[in-house]
Design a protein. Structure first.
Length: 124
């Protein structure tokens, strides 16, 4: 049995994107967990777990993506209706950086041969 890349995205990539957004919104913009939860469309408990590194800890994004997360937070703070668009952009960037493939490789032994991808990067 294996997970489709889309399932990997839902289980690992999107939560990790929300985690990074939560951390930036809390640290840089000094928002409270309740405010972050409302903006990101998730529960306060999820935000608490993101901030305490109990949830979505499997993925560490490359340093070069930190500017992308900061830019997304600026957009969201300016207009929180842009949150879905920004999460989609960040998820696509994660895919372009090979993070989805690395997670697939980690959790789906042999599946990459089926999709024809062979990522060079490893997930820590």
């Amino acid at each position: 049995m294996y997970s489709l890349p889309q399932e990997i995205e839902v289980w690992y990539i999107i939560p990790a994107v929300r985690r990074e957004l939560s951390v930036t919104l809390a640290e840089k913009y000094k928002l409270k967990q309740k405010e972050i939860a409302k903006i990101l469309g998730t529960s306060e408990a999820a935000i608490s777990q993101y901030l305490s590194k109990k949830r979505a800890k499997e993925i560490k994004f490359p340093k070069e993506m930190s500017k992308d997360f900061e830019k997304a937070c600026q957009e969201i703070i300016g207009d929180n209706k842009k949150v879905v668009k920004e999460i989609m952009l960040l998820t696509n960037l994660a895919k372009q950086n090979g993070i989805s493939c690395c997670m697939c490789k980690k959790y789906n032994r042999g599946i990459l041969a089926m999709c024809g991808r062979n990522p060079k990067k490893e997930v820590k």
